[in-house]
Write a protein that binds this ligand. Sequence first.
Ligand code: FAD
Length: 324
Amino acid sequence: MMRIAIIGDGIAARSLLYNLSLLKSEVIEVHQFSSSKISSCSRNSTAVVAKRATQKGISELGNLIVDAYNEFESFLENFSGAGVDTTSEYIIGKSLESYQKKIKPRYAAVYEEESGDELIELCINHKQKFFKEKAYLIEPDIFLDSLKSIYEKKLSVKQVEDKIIGQDNLTLQGGKSTYGSFDNIIYCMGSIPQFVVEEKSQPVAGSFWQVNQENEKSFSLNCDGHHFMQKKNCSLFGSTSNANSVSMNQDEVEKIISQLSPLVQQEYLIAEGEFKTGIRYKGKKRMPKIGEIGPNTFCIANLYKNGWSLAFLAAKKISRQLKV
Ligand SMILES: Cc1cc2nc3c(=O)[nH]c(=O)nc-3n(C[C@H](O)[C@H](O)[C@H](O)COP(=O)(O)OP(=O)(O)OC[C@H]3O[C@@H](n4cnc5c(N)ncnc54)[C@H](O)[C@@H]3O)c2cc1C
């Protein structure tokens, strides 16, 4: 039996567990550590997977983003669970201009502009130029639970509620007890474990306003730095301009809604809901940290703004390295 410790229970950990269940799972015994006192970014995420005009061959990060997107698409081919909707993301207004200026030199984006009829059918009040791209809208709780119910059928996972605070060889130090000895330890705790490697992850908060309601159509709209998303079971409003603030307040929500209101039909702008704030971690040059960080010790961290696709690329890489 290969004894594996996984620390964390967000998308990084669950996509890894899913990948492990596809291996010779009968020879793997997983001990999964997580702490309900440390909130998971994945459960407080707008959770869209889209290429956002990124192309390969321009930058290292761009290459990874495209590979991760492709990996997510191939995962979906065999995924029989729930919580993902295939739809489109629209970029309009000033966002369209700044999108072109900012991203074009870096990723050599290609734009298409179409007439606005399609937008009117969805929610927009008048014709607009827009850029449209395929997007996957994820409902985090439904998707994460669905993933778990699939891998649990094949893989033995012992769950331990404890905060991990240290590691000595292949033994873990928790707040309540010590746990060992493992053949492999994999950290999926959002940030890099500083008790293993002295490398900092930068926390960046992101907030949005969520209204739980059933919607017939789902789509994502990026307008003047604001995001408006309609998923099957909820609608979300968020802002890229306040991405570094700790949390949105009522005033900010009202501001976003009033800025969107000339465009978006009023029935969609319902202001009764809840604030959600997640902490995502950023590495140097926005690069994720995926791989070996010590003897038989691995980490998937700093997934920052592309966690829902990078997690699947990382999971494949690490599960290959384990040599099950
Ligand atoms: C507002 C917002 C919008 C976003 N939008 C998108 C988007 O549209 N598309 C996209 O791809 N990404 C998006 N992201 C980023 C994405 O959500 C994250 O990159 C991703 O969720 C990170 O997943 P994770 O599993 O690495 O971390 P987490 O989900 O944070 O999981 C970490 C886990 O580790 C546990 N943990 C931490 N420390 C310890 C410890 N010491 N001991 C035990 N357990 C521990 C936590 O309890 C948790 O279970 C967004 C993020 C935010 C905040």
